[in-house]
Design a protein around this ligand. Structure first.
Ligand code: ADP
Ligand code: MG
Length: 243
């Protein structure tokens, strides 16, 4: 359903992604792991054009984009067909929870405000924030803010939700409530590409785990296979540190 071929990204003269090939099935839950600085965030950011890739191509939601000649339509299409959950939530501080979730429906999808707010309210209820619709980010815990971030991503009704270390900035006490919302989404077979260090989450919900190192996909497979019998020495060395 989603096909990435030869995705290459440089920052200046430094190669950061060296021709990534990736196929994602509809409803598939993929966890990406690997040492820091290996291009995991850049891969996610390239897929939804927060960064501009240098080479390669992608087909997502029926839209084909050649990265060496990206039009504004292409950029918009990839933005619309994906949603991003950030490590630091990236909520609008001057908007309440409802307005944060409704924003994209109004601005990107052109929904009338009342309809967007009704939908946003349903989504906040689904992530367990029924009593926080009018709360501003500053009045919410980290875990609640990230659940607003996830509700916002759900609002997009997108082909793929990209999660970049969604629990890394959280105090430990808030991690489980965020993971449990993500697990619920996974059970509903929302297609997800998740960068995380939460290995138990990977074991519990991932259909496939991808290990990245040095801007390459080194190894991938079902979590039980990858965790119990990693083939590449780089995977083995990484897993020894995190498992
Ligand atoms: P990861 O998410 O796996 O930790 P990143 O994708 O954030 O890795 O970064 C990969 C490499 O690209 C790192 O060496 C990082 O320093 C570099 N990098 C990331 N973003 C930028 C940027 N905007 N400008 C220059 N270098 C960057
Ligand atoms: Mg990162």
């Amino acid at each position: 359903m989603i096909t990435v071929r030869g995705l290459t990204k440089f920052f200046g003269d430094t190669p950061v992604l060296n021709g990534i090939d990736l196929d994602i099935e509809q409803g598939e839950i993929i966890v990406v792991i690997g040492p820091s600085g290996t291009g995991k965030s850049t891969l996610l950011r390239c897929i939804n054009m927060l960064e501009s890739p240098d080479q390669g191509h992608i087909t997502l939601g029926g839209h084909h984009v050649d990265f060496d000649r990206v039009s504004n339509d292409d950029r918009l299409a990839l933005r619309r067909k994906t949603a991003f959950v950030f490590q630091n939530y990236a909520l609008f501080a001057n908007k309440n929870a409802l307005e944060n979730v409704a924003e994209r429906l109004i601005v990107v999808d052109g929904w009338p405000k009342a309809k967007a707010h009704a939908r946003a309210g349903e989504l906040l209820d689904r992530v367990g924030l029924n009593d926080k619709h009018t709360a501003y980010p500053a009045a919410l815990s980290g875990g609640q803010q990230q659940r607003v971030g996830i509700a916002r991503a759900m609002a997009a009704n997108s082909d793929l939700i990209l999660f970049d270390e969604p629990t890394s900035a959280l105090d430990p006490e808030w991690v489980d409530e965020v993971l449990s919302v993500m697990k619920q989404l996974a059970r509903e077979r929302q297609t997800m590409l998740v960068v995380t260090h939460e290995m138990q989450f990977a074991r519990d919900v991932a259909d496939r785990v991808i290990f990245m190192s040095g801007g390459n996909i080194v190894e991938q497979g079902p979590p039980e296979a990858l965790f119990s019998a990693p083939k590449d020495p780089r995977t083995r060395s990484f897993l020894r540190k995190v498992l």
